[in-house]
Design a protein around this ligand. Structure first.
Ligand code: ADP
Ligand code: ASP
Ligand code: MG
Length: 437
C-alpha cells in the first residue's frame, strides 16, 4: 500500500502546522511519499512565501534592494526550524542563494526556493530523505512535462525509500529549474502518485474537501463527498480554485483515487474523486458543485444562414486563433453564434478581431458584451434528471438575475450561464440555495 500525500501552503505555514503534518504522516505507514508546498499564510494578513519570492525577484529586476523581503523569507524558515529544534542549515543555503541572486538568478529558480526549503525542513522533521524534484520532474523543450522520463526517474529514485519532495518545479532538458503554473504543487503530487502507481493521492489542505461552492461567496457550504474526475475538471475550469486544474490528468490516467483532506481536521473523510461511483443513493443532489469566473466578454456574430454556410465557423474561430485567444464557450443558434472569451485576452486585439470578422464574414451584426461572469452548475446526475436546466433558469429569473448566455456541454455534465458581473455572487448564492435547501 502506498499513499502519496501532498500538503499545501496552509499545512506548511508554521511549526504548529508542521506538527499536524507529522502526526498525519506518522499515523499511516503507507504515507511514504510526501510532497510539500512553500509556507502559506498563517492568517489573513500574512504573505505566502511564494508571493514574497516573486516580490523579491521584482525588486532585483528594477535594481531595488530586496533585503527586507529576503529577511522576511529567512525569518519564516529559520523560525520554523528553531521552533521544531531541527538542524537543517538554512543560513548556509540562504547565503548561497543570495550569491546566486547577485549573479543574476532566473525568476523560476528563485520562486521555487519556497518549496525547496519547505521540503528540506519537512524531511528533517519526519526523518525522511529529501528528494529534489530537479532530479526527476522533467520538462521537454516545448515546456510540457515529459511524463515517461519523469516517471521512470522517480521510480528509480524513490524505490524503497520514504521521501519528501518539493512541489511546484522541475528541470528543463538543459538543467535549469522551471516552475509549473501557480498552485502547481498539486500537479507534482499527482505526477508522483502516477509514477509510483500509488493506491491513493491524498491532497491535504485547509478545507474538509471540496465544498459545493467557494466559501468566500456562500457561508459554510456543504462539502462534496463524492465527485467524478470529469465533474471536478468542469468545476476547476469554471473557477473552483481548491485544486490546480491540471491535477486530475496524471491520476485519472492511472485510475488512482484522489482524496482531498483537511490537515486541521484529519478525521474528516474529505472528498473522494474517482472515475465513477457505483453505489450511489438515489436521493443524492442533482448538482454536485457550483463555480464561477469573472472578467469575460461575449462576441456575438449574427448572419442569416450562418450555421449552414460551409466553413463559416472555421473562419471565425481562425480569427481568434490568429490572435492567440482561446474561445472558452461558443453557444450558437441558426443565424448567430456567441464566442465567450477572457476579457484580458482580447484587451489589445478586440478591434483587430472585430475588423477581421467584418471583412471575412460580412455579418449582419457584431456585438460585444463586456463585464460578463461565467457561472457553472456541475452535476453528473443532470443528464438523468429532467428539468434541471429549467430549475436553474427559473431560480435566477425569480431573483432578478439577467441571463446573458447559456451553454451546456454535450455530456450534460454542466450548465453554464453568463451573467452581468454585478450579479456574480447573487447568481452563485441563488443556485446554491435553490438546489441545496
Ligand atoms: P493549498 O495551499 O492547500 O494548496 P489552496 O489555497 O490552494 O490550498 O486551496 C484551498 C482553498 O481553496 C480553500 O481554503 C478555499 O478558500 C478555496 N476554495 C475555493 N473554492 C473552493 C471550493 N469549492 N471548495 C473548497 N475550497 C475552495
Ligand atoms: N507555492 C506555489 C504557489 O503559491 C505552488 C503551490 O502552492 O502549489 O503557487
Ligand atoms: Mg493550492
Amino acid at each position: 500500500m502506498l499513499k502519496v500525500a501532498k500538503f499545501g501552503g496552509s499545512s506548511m505555514a508554521d511549526e504548529k502546522q508542521f506538527a499536524k503534518v507529522r502526526q498525519i504522516v506518522q499515523s499511516d505507514p503507507a504515507r511514504r511519499v510526501v510532497v510539500v508546498s512553500a509556507a502559506g499564510k498563517r492568517d489573513r494578513k500574512d504573505h505566502k512565501l511564494t508571493d514574497l519570492l516573486y516580490l523579491c525577484y521584482a525588486h532585483l529586476q528594477y535594481g531595488v534592494s530586496c533585503d527586507s523581503v529576503f529577511q522576511m523569507i529567512s525569518d519564516r524558515y529559520t523560525g520554523i526550524r528553531d521552533a521544531l529544534g531541527l538542524k537543517t542549515d538554512i543560513e548556509g543555503e540562504l547565503s548561497a542563494l543570495r550569491e546566486k541572486m547577485d549573479d543574476g538568478i532566473s525568476q523560476d529558480e528563485l520562486v521555487s526556493r519556497g518549496e525547496y526549503f519547505s521540503a528540506k525542513l519537512m524531511a528533517d522533521y519526519l526523518g525522511f530523505d529529501f528528494l529534489d524534484a530537479k532530479l526527476w520532474l522533467k520538462f521537454k523543450y516545448d515546456g510540457s512535462i515529459d511524463t515517461d522520463a519523469s516517471y521512470e526517474a522517480l521510480q528509480k529514485l524513490a524505490q524503497g525509500r520514504s521521501v519528501v519532495i518539493p512541489g511546484f518545479y522541475g528541470v528543463t532538458p538543459d538543467g535549469h529549474i522551471r516552475t509549473l503554473t501557480r498552485g502547481g504543487s498539486d500537479i507534482t503530487g499527482a505526477l508522483a502518485a502516477a509514477a509510483l502507481d500509488a493506491d491513493v493521492y491524498e491532497n491535504w489542505t485547509d478545507v474538509s474537501g471540496i465544498l459545493m461552492v467557494d466559501p468566500r461567496i456562500v457561508e459554510n457550504p456543504l462539502p462534496i463527498e463524492h465527485i467524478t474526475y470529469s465533474e471536478l475538471r468542469e468545476l476547476s475550469f469554471a473557477g473552483a480554485q481548491v485544486l490546480h486544474e491540471a491535477t486530475v490528468f496524471p491520476v485519472r490516467e492511472k485510475g488512482i483515487p484522489l482524496n482531498i483532506r483537511n490537515t486541521n481536521e484529519p478525521d474528516h473523510p474529505g472528498t473522494l474523486i474517482m472515475e465513477h461511483f457505483d453505489d450511489e443513493a438515489d436521493d443524492e443532489r442533482i448538482i454536485t458543485g457550483i463555480a464561477g469566473k469573472k472578467n469575460y466578454s461575449i462576441v456575438t456574430v449574427a448572419k442569416t444562414g450562418l450555421s449552414s454556410t460551409v466553413g463559416a465557423y472555421r473562419r471565425l474561430f481562425e480569427i481568434f486563433e490568429n490572435h492567440e485567444v482561446s474561445v472558452e464557450y461558443a453557444p450558437s443558434g441558426i443565424d448567430s453564434i456567441s464566442l465567450v472569451v477572457q476579457a484580458s485576452r482580447v484587451e489589445k486585439s478586440i478591434y483587430a478581431i472585430l475588423g477581421e470578422i467584418q471583412k471575412v464574414l460580412k455579418p449582419d451584426s457584431i456585438h460585444v458584451t463586456e463585464n460578463i461572469s461565467i457561472v457553472a452548475a456541475v452535476g453528473r446526475r443532470m443528464v438523468t434528471t429532467p428539468g434541471s436546466s429549467g430549475k436553474i433558469f427559473a431560480a435566477l429569473g425569480k431573483n432578478g438575475v439577467n441571463i446573458r448566455m447559456i451553454s451546456q456541454g454535450p455530456e450534460e455534465l454542466n450548465i453554464i450561464v453568463g451573467v452581468d458581473t454585478k450579479d456574480f455572487s447573487t447568481a452563485i448564492q441563488v443556485l446554491y440555495n435553490s438546489f441545496v435547501k
